[in-house]
Design a binder for this molecule. Structure first.
Ligand code: GLC
Length: 457
């Protein structure tokens, strides 16, 4: 009876434990479409994000021996023994790294979120992890890069997201070993379940120390040790730590391109890589990830950069099909973005300043892919806006739009004062492109505002 006074505290402990175990056993994949669309709202409205591949591989910058075509896969492709690769640790000292500068550049480009490699396939961690010394705190740099980024992101209002590789070429418990290193690193004594615990501990660190996060972006899920059950368990574990987090389909799926959620029952969105799907599928969330040149990680010799025009038109194409665009940069070993990438980010940002409203929070084109460019559409409570992204603007060209209603307002985003003539003819709307001073060579956007939804949606 003397312990009565402890009752409140005991019940609080019991309730906390109950909640904890309940959330652990909860199956988060069983949510309604409405719950999912609420959770993914910020992400699907953002449309444009920055992917960053950065790690020890930035130091060789793609060069090993007499070859210079490598990237973040360098350890595997050049068959570098672990002991040799480990030497990079003492060389990692990106003294010019400035988190604010990176985040501001992304923001300037019109990007709303950043996905950075917290750990790539080589296992090296860009954050201060209690579970390994194979991390940034063991380098001469000794600064927690992800902490600095998370602070800069909070300040600038950018969502921070982490890429995390399931495959790990460094951890002694990860299986299988690379074929070519089986003799140097025998599998004896390795315990994959222990490795899974390691991953879970790290994911917890990432969420608790740097979160709340926007997305956990898994990768390296294709080796035979990674099963459906493990993927499901990891998905539920991550959501139990942060229920509103978004997780990509590579937490398990091997069919990463498919937008059909039946093909990837675990994970929230599809991840087509270096490719843009042909068209949208309703309720199929997806994000194309793409390199600016040919490599994800920094490769000094790779100067095959896509032009700003190509990148902007890719963004428009993706958004017109209901997807997101995750555009990659491989920072250099000194901590700077390559100058070609910076130039493109700034130029994309200039286009976004004028035309961002035709990108953010828009929906897939209800009218397919016209030959002159792409459509995006925005459904607002009091009106519907159809945006015409014209790739090659020809003054006085006539564009036929398959709607039977006259818009209440028509204007170009470049100059809202210029009159754009429209008329209805044979149940089509004919838009005549007005002569304007400087049509944008990347894409010129015309907005058609309707007081009611003209697509009977
Ligand atoms: C692949 C590669 C990897 C890269 C990723 C980006 O899975 O293994 O290096 O990080 O694609 O989507």
């Amino acid at each position: 009876m003397r312990y009565y006074h402890l009752l409140p505290i005991i019940s609080i402990i019991l309730i906390t434990l109950l909640i904890h175990f309940n959330s652990l056993s909860q199956d988060f994949t069983k949510e309604t479409l409405e719950q999912k669309s609420q959770r993914l709202k910020w992400w699907s409205e953002s449309k444009f994000g920055l992917f960053i591949h950065w790690g020890l591989y930035a130091i060789p910058a793609g060069k090993w021996g007499d070859k210079n075509h490598y990237g973040e896969w360098i350890r595997h492709e050049a068959q570098i023994p672990l002991e040799e690769y480990k030497k990079l640790l003492s060389k990692f000292n990106p003294v010019e790294f400035n988190a604010e500068e990176w985040v501001q550049l992304a923001k300037k480009a019109g990007m709303k979120y950043i996905v950075i490699t917290s750990k790539h396939h080589d296992g090296f961690c860009l954050f201060d992890s209690n579970y390994t010394d194979w991390d940034v705190m063991s380098t001469p740099f000794k600064r927690d890069i992800l902490k600095e980024l998370s602070e800069a992101c909070k300040k600038e209002g950018i969502k921070l997201c982490f890429y995390y590789s399931i495959m790990d070429w460094h951890h002694s418990d990860y299986l299988p070993r690379r074929e070519w290193e089986k003799e140097l690193r025998p599998e004896t004594g390795a315990d994959f379940n222990r490795y899974v615990e390691y991953m879970k501990n790290q994911v917890k660190e990432l969420i608790n120390n740097y979160g709340p996060l926007g997305v956990l972006w898994f990768d390296g899920q294709w080796e035979n040790t990674w099963t459906f059950e493990k993927g499901l368990n990891l998905y539920n574990y991550v959501r139990s730590l942060q229920p509103d987090i978004i997780i990509n389909n590579r937490v398990h799926s091997n069919n990463i391109e498919s937008k059909d959620t039946k093909v990837f029952p675990i994970g929230d969105f599809a991840t087509p890589e270096q490719t843009i799907p042909d068209k949208d599928i309703p309720k199929g969330y997806w994000e194309t990830c793409m390199t600016m040149n040919k490599h994800w990680g920094y490769n000094e010799a790779d100067i095959m950069y896509k032009s700003t025009k190509v990148l902007i038109q890719m963004l428009i194409d993706i958004v017109s099909k209901g997807g997101n665009f995750l555009l990659n940069i491989g920072p250099m070993a000194n901590g700077k973005f390559p100058p070609q990438s910076v130039e493109r980010l700034v130029q994309i940002g200039e286009w976004m300043k004028t035309n961002g409203e035709a990108i953010y929070a828009t929906n897939a084109s209800p009218l397919g892919k016209p030959s002159w460019g792409r459509y995006t559409v925005k459904y607002l409570p009091d009106k519907t806006i159809l945006y015409l992204h014209i790739f090659d603007y020809q003054p006085r060209q006539k564009i036929e739009v398959s709607v039977e209603t006259k818009p209440t307002k028509v204007y170009t985003l470049l100059d809202k004062g210029v009159k754009v003539p429209v008329k209805l003819k044979n149940k089509k709307l004919i838009v005549s492109l007005p002569p304007i001073n400087n049509p944008d060579p990347n894409a010129t956007v015309i907005a058609l505002e309707f007081s009611e939804n003209p697509f009977n949606k």
